[in-house]
Design a protein around this ligand. Structure first.
Ligand code: FES
Length: 195
C-alpha cells in the first residue's frame, strides 16, 4: 500500500505579539527593515501530520506588498501607464492599461483594466512601447518576436516564448487601483519576491 502525502493545513495569519517576542527591540528593527523593503511577512501555523499525531508549527510567509499604482478615472483606453512591482529591483517594470475590452483578471466596471510585467518570458526582451490597441496585445518582442494576448491572462499568441506573460493582480478600492500580487514567474527571478 502506498503512503499518501498529506497537504498541510494553513490557518489564518497571526502577527507576532510583543509577548511572544521578549526581544521587542530586535522585532521592531526587523519590522522596520521589512517595511522599507516593501515586503510584508506574517507567521502562520501549519499543521503537520494527521490525527492525534498532528502538530502545529509556526512558519514565516512572505506576502506581496499592496501598492497603489493609479486612479481608475485617470486611465485612457489603450494608453499604458508604467509602474514597478513587486519592488524596484530588476525586471520589476510593468504596465497598467485600460483595454476597452473585457479581459481575464480585468477590474473596473467593464472588467477591462489589466496589468502585466514588461519582460518577455523567453529571454527577457523588453516589451515596453510594444502595446497594440487594435489587437490588445504586447509585442512583438524585439529579440525573437513573441507576442502576448492581454485579454487572456497574457497567453502567447506567437513567437519563441512558451510561458504566458506574468500578470499583475489588481484590486479596485473606490477610484484607487492597487497591485496586490503577480500570477506567473517574472523573468530573471527564481522567486518574484526575491529578485
Ligand atoms: S526574448 Fe522575447 S521572444 Fe525571445
Amino acid at each position: 500500500m502506498t503512503k499518501q502525502m498529506q497537504r498541510p493545513e494553513i490557518d489564518a495569519p497571526q502577527l507576532p505579539s510583543k509577548k511572544d517576542h521578549p526581544a521587542g527591540k530586535c522585532l521592531m528593527s526587523r519590522r522596520k527593515m521589512l517595511f522599507s523593503s516593501g515586503l510584508a511577512t506574517a507567521t502562520v501555523m501549519v499543521s503537520v501530520g494527521a490525527g492525534a499525531a498532528a502538530a502545529k508549527v509556526p512558519a514565516m510567509v512572505t506576502t506581496y506588498p499592496r501598492k497603489k499604482i493609479s486612479k481608475l478615472s485617470a486611465l485612457k483606453t489603450d494608453q499604458p501607464v508604467g509602474f514597478e512591482y513587486p519592488d524596484e529591483g530588476a525586471y520589476a517594470q510593468s504596465m497598467l492599461v485600460k483595454l476597452g475590452a473585457e479581459a481575464g483578471g480585468g477590474i473596473g466596471p467593464q472588467k477591462d483594466v489589466v496589468a502585466f510585467n514588461y519582460f518577455c518570458t523567453h529571454q527577457g526582451g523588453d516589451l515596453s512601447g510594444t502595446y497594440k490597441g487594435d489587437t490588445k496585445s504586447l509585442g512583438a518582442c524585439p529579440l525573437h518576436l513573441s507576442t502576448y494576448d492581454l485579454t487572456r491572462h497574457g497567453i502567447l499568441i506567437s513567437g519563441q516564448a512558451y510561458q504566458s506573460l506574468p500578470q499583475v493582480l489588481l484590486e479596485l478600492q473606490g477610484d484607487d487601483i492597487y497591485a496586490v500580487g503577480v500570477f506567473g514567474l517574472i523573468f530573471g527571478r527564481y522567486d518574484n519576491l526575491q529578485g
